[in-house]
Ligand binder design. Sequence first.
Ligand SMILES: NC(=O)C1=CN([C@@H]2O[C@H](COP(=O)(O)OP(=O)(O)OC[C@H]3O[C@@H](n4cnc5c(N)ncnc54)[C@H](OP(=O)(O)O)[C@@H]3O)[C@@H](O)[C@H]2O)C=CC1
Ligand SMILES: N[C@@H](CC=O)C(=O)O
Length: 334
Amino acid sequence: MRNIALIGFGEVGKSFIKLLQIKKDLLPKNTKLKYIIKRDGGIYNKDGLDIDEIIKYTSSNNKIQNHPLWSDISFKDILKNKDVDILIELTSTNIINGEPGYTHIKGALENKINVVTGNKGPILLYYNELKNLALKNNVELKIGCTTGGALPSINVGTKDVLGAQVTEIIGVLNGTTNFILEEMLKNKVEYKDALKKAQDLNIAEKDPSLDVLGIDTGIKMAILSKVIWDVDFEFDKLDIKGITDVKLNDLLLDNFSGKKTKLIGRAFYLNGNFEFEVKPISIDKYHPLYFVDGKNKGVHYKTDILGDITVTGGASSPLNAAAAILRDLLNITK
Ligand SMILES: NC(=O)C1=CN([C@@H]2O[C@H](COP(=O)(O)OP(=O)(O)OC[C@H]3O[C@@H](n4cnc5c(N)ncnc54)[C@H](OP(=O)(O)O)[C@@H]3O)[C@@H](O)[C@H]2O)C=CC1
Ligand SMILES: N[C@@H](CC=O)C(=O)O
């Protein structure tokens, strides 16, 4: 039997419970979702929440705060009640101090609760500490959703290249900016209009500056670098540039010469030499990520003995991000 708590009931959290409903047969019998917690309280049932009822309730425009089970419970109650073994952490990303995710993830691991998260802040800032805590407590910390959501970037860059040395990572890892650059060209609009559309589709972060300033790409590239190379760096000092200065005219000129501008992250690591940059680059059709269009993403690994490996797809959307959470959850429960 597996008992789950969900903290963070925004776009991805809501999509996640829809997937729990649709994919319930993939989970072990008697899997129970016991908590859904937001900033100001949550709902709890020690015998397991009725997911069908909650989906029906929230999709009829009812605020979950008006649900009969709503109370002022918080993360502390999860630890106090000691009745779950998996925490799904989907609160907002904060890269200043990682909170509130850091407290939730650390508290869960210390209490021998497995964690699946899409929250990039605590992983960027405290990955080694949290990974060691998970190891010490014999539980899992699953972070596949933090480095491109549905794009299977971490597993390919670690498990699937075992024995090889990854020397370079090249990524188009932000669906919002990739979508914006394509929209600008397709509809001949400047980036602000295209950004509005990305926000309407809920793929941009709540604070879209994380996307358009290149920070989200930088975070994902930095997490991949940490996980794959265990390299130490200060995120603030990394060379990160976004797409806010890209003009429609630049894209039209690119297009004329058969090129596309993409927000590319590149990290290189060999013999202690670490290079890192994120910036818009004009690429031609021979570049491995040239065909990554729309909300899709892609990652290209250069390795010493496995050759070059490219994975593309995994379009950004709350449902796809939730699918990445489900993927990690199933890897724990299998
Ligand atoms: N959207 C996407 O496509 C992707 C998102 N992610 C990451 O997944 C996470 C969730 O994203 P998304 O659902 O879009 O974000 P939202 O902003 O839609 O939701 C965030 C949720 O976190 C809750 N929350 C914030 N602070 C607390 C707190 N102290 N205690 C309890 N709950 C809290 C909010 O509660 P309240 O509503 O009460 O404010 C809200 O329900 C983020 O970290 C994001 O970076 C990762 C990959 C893709
Ligand atoms: N805003 C991100 C989604 C979450 O990682 C993106 O556009 O890819």
